[in-house]
Design a protein around this ligand. Sequence first.
Ligand code: FAD
Ligand code: 2HG
Ligand code: ZN
Length: 484
Amino acid sequence: MTDLTTTQTDLISQLRAVCGHANVLTHDDPGADLSPWEQDWRKRVKGLALAVVRPANTQEVAAVVKACAAANTPIVPQGGNTGLVVGGVPNNSGTQIVLSMTRMNAVRAIDPANLTITVEAGCVLQNLQAAAENSGFLFPLSLGAEGSCTIGGNLGTNAGGTQVVRYGNTRELCLGLEVVTAQGDIWHGLTGLRKDNTGYDLRNLMIGSEGTLGIICAATMKLYPLPAAQLTAWAAVPSMEAAVQLLGLAHQRLGPGLTGFEVMGQFALSLVEKHYPQLRVPLWQETPWCVLLENSDSENESHARGQFESLLEAALEDGCVTDAVVAENLTQARSLWHIRETITLAQVQEGLNIKHDISIPVSRIPAFVAETDALLAREVPGVRLVDFGHLGDGNLHYNVQAPEGADGQAFLRDNEERVNTLVFDQVAKFGGSISAEHGVGEQKVNKLPLYKDPTALAMMRAVKKALDPQNIMNPGRVLAWHNI
Ligand code: FAD
Ligand code: 2HG
Ligand code: ZN
């Protein structure tokens, strides 16, 4: 560890006085290993923290921020550290503290009549889902990282996941927040109100701000009735056009019952088959695309099954589906979802890759994919496209894997920048966004000014400057300070 300045040593003593000695970890502690907090999930970046601070409550968070502000020390809020854009780990300067929220994980209250649950930011998403279910409700946010990501991180990134087609992003699920500002003040905004027109929408400003404006300490989230039945189908579709046609049919036939609509390209599924053969991927060999559909029904299972079967019959007749299976039971349904959620891990096994979490209007996705696939094949010979994602939301993970047998590091060094530019230029041409779900983090910080509306960017900079004039909240993420 580098020598600490007197200010840094004093700060660490103050933080230990606030949170307790054991909850402020530094590299000077005997046997210290801070790498779980310093290394990003994709293992693309490893930072160096001045300290990892683990507060137990909102008052401690406020005191930590006040101390850091006085010492002009940057703070990187962190939840489960499953983010994919290098937003929740420190840089390598050794001057930033990681504020780990995982000790603040309590479910504070459930209000059944108001259909709300109030939880602390460090609550793991799966535990929040379970708390809701144990009280007879559904908390619908669902994503592959749900066993370790936290609701604070979900709010920080405005996470999407697989139920957005019906329930919206994390933002749509949130009614109130408790936040510590960059000055260390507490905003008590935990209302469970569905209507409140008393000025600027600060809640939605904080959501998706990736820790750059304040620290989310707790949230009041919406609950929904548990569906009476939930069915999952896996369909082979002959083209992306057919997948979009199937989506239209599913909206028409299932209405609000359509809770999931995921598309998966053949190569993406071949990676699951290759690295996780025990999962037994259905139908993938004979078709360029598969679609996973979910029907959540408020009546009963036979109603849901009847609806699903008539949808699939119509789709087979129209030719937008060539073959399909409907899960017979919950275990089979879970296995199908598990295959979908395993694509990210299969990509890790296959080697280094370039990730994109883009959105395009659904109607334009087939043309985008055809044109961009051809462009990449021409510009980066041998490149392998791992296309999958939340087609129901117009959100594709248009990921790019190195050619077979290529050295992943060399591939990234020579191609990452060029591939990003090619893909993002195409996204702009088709009226899309360069990040639909994972956020900007550090990874897209230099790209944002190229693709975001300049007036919107100017307003974002003004907000950052007003709320965090010292630039201590997750600096260098979302916006680069030299641009502010
Ligand atoms: P972290 O990674 O710890 O932090 C993420 C960002 O939020 C950072 O900028 C951090 O500073 C900020 N932050 C964290 N906590 C707070 C807080 N309390 N207050 C303010 N800011 C905070 N994302 C999707 O949107 N959809 C998916 O389907 C999806 N699937 C995934 C599947 C896998 C296998 C993996 C590894 C990731 C996936 N992700 C997905 C990305 C990631 O899980 C989400 O971004 C998630 O919301 C991050 O939560 P976290 O607690 O891990 O946050
Ligand atoms: C998903 O939808 C996640 O599974 C991760 O957003 C996407 O691995 C990816 O690129
Ligand atoms: Zn996703």
